[in-house]
Design a binder for this molecule. Structure first.
Ligand SMILES: C[S@@+](CC[C@H](N)C(=O)[O-])C[C@H]1O[C@@H](n2cnc3c(N)ncnc32)[C@H](O)[C@@H]1O
Ligand code: SF4
Length: 376
């Protein structure tokens, strides 16, 4: 059987954080029920295409899936479990936001078979949390984390952010120390991206905050790696750190360009050689009951797939091996990208290790987007 990953998008949050441009709506409890009805219908309808697949990972993401009622998550999970072939030890993740969790919810997720919990903390500093529009305090996180362990979660990710408004190094170090005191198995550490159209962008434009300068941003990145490494976390992707054996299998599917199917508003898919996304209009998604909602269906050319394989693969610290590339495309990286590899090596942005594997250097990580562009 072929392997498949499933992503399920829940586009709701209690309120919109000031920096976030993910497709999610705050304060729309009025349409939870209708959305879940359409989502469950979509999941059931497309089972016909997936008979020959075994599902290895499921990711219920958002938005904030944990702001839904337990019954909603239960219906979504059951629709997947009853209609798809799920691998016995599949990794099943749910994203959550402290302040939306309680014992009943966590216990119900765990009983359903969800075995990985991802919690967005962002910062351990309550003043900072307020500054970026979060709904919770550090102590909400603490209480929720302890409850999650109590109900049985043994694989927990915590999201944190750096280069936040007015943040200094000590503030970041304190967050890293406080988070690692809880020993989560996985930590995602993102540097703030000031996205157009967000409230925070307006605040920067109006001079309420001064952007963190690039040097401090990079110092924060290195300090994060240094502290997390000293506490037993390996950086396995540009922004992701894990204890041995706890790397996120679902995200690795994206970085290794393997097949995944997305359900829900705006969810993306790479399935049976085609790339597509679901429509972005929630009223339409609901009125179409989750059917005929795919758009931008593209047959990726071999060239597109090769370049994606390179720039997604280079995100991982293990890099891209010639062997893996040949397995996929029957050609050598060194034939297809000879000039690019030569140029990037001379600029010390990538290195070629003994077993013909290409990796980003530290300098390459600092300006990774420039490196990735070379392969486009
Ligand atoms: C889609 S959110 C889902 C998690 C959950 N809703 C929460 O916020 O707790 C995933 C993560 O993306 C990161 N993120 C969102 N917007 C970002 C931005 N503008 N720059 C950097 N990281 C961002 C945050 O760390 C967030 O936890
Ligand atoms: S960061 Fe998370 S909680 Fe905040 S708006 Fe984005 S998805 Fe919602």
């Amino acid at each position: 059987m072929k392997e498949l990953s499933i992503y399920i998008h829940i586009p709701f949050c209690v309120q919109k954080c000031f920096y976030c441009d993910f497709l999610s709506f705050g304060n729309r409890n009025d349409i939870f029920e209708n959305y879940i009805n359409a989502l469950v219908n979509e999941i059931k309808f497309y089972k016909k295409d997936c008979k020959e697949y075994i599902v290895k990972t499921i990711f219920i993401g958002g938005g904030t899936p944990s702001c839904l009622e337990n019954e909603h998550i239960k219906r979504v999970c059951e629709a997947v479990f009853e209609n798809y072939n799920i691998c016995k030890n599949a990794e099943i993740t749910i994203e959550s936001n402290p302040g939306t969790l309680d014992y009943e919810k966590l216990n119900s997720y765990y009983k359903l078979g969800i075995n990985r919990l991802s919690m967005g903390l962002q910062s351990a500093d309550d003043k900072m949390l307020k500054r970026i529009g979060r709904i919770h305090s550090f102590s909400d996180f603490k209480n929720n984390f302890i409850l999650a362990r109590e109900v049985g979660f043994s694989n927990i990710n915590v999201d944190i952010m750096s280069s936040l408004p007015e943040q200094d190094m000590n503030n970041l170090i304190e967050t890293l120390e406080k988070v690692t005191d809880f020993s989560p198995e996985h930590i995602s550490a993102y540097s703030l991206i000031i996205e157009d159209g967000t409230k925070i962008k307006k605040m920067y434009d109006e001079g309420i905050y001064t952007p963190i300068d690039d040097d401090l941003d990079r110092e924060m990145y290195y300090k994060t790696n240094e502290i997390l490494k000293s506490k037993g976390y390996n950086r396995y992707e540009i922004s992701n750190y894990a204890k041995d054996g706890f790397e996120c299998k679902h995200n690795i599917v994206y970085w290794e360009c393997r097949e995944y199917l997305g359900f829900g508003l705006a969810a993306h898919s790479d399935f049976k050689g085609k790339r597509f996304n679901n429509i972005l209009d929630i009223e339409k998604y609901i009125s179409k009951n989750g059917i005929n909602i795919r758009e931008n269906i593209i047959d990726y050319s071999k060239k597109d797939r090769e370049s994606e394989f390179m720039f997604m693969g280079l995100r991982m610290t293990k890099g891209v091996s010639d062997k893996a590339f040949k397995n996929r495309f029957k050609e050598s990286i060194f034939d297809i990208y000879r000039d690019e590899i030569k140029e990037l090596s001379l600029e010390n942005l990538i290195e070629i290790t003994g077993n013909d594997t290409i990796k980003l250097t530290d300098r390459g990580i600092d300006i990774s987007n420039t490196v990735f562009l070379k392969f486009l």
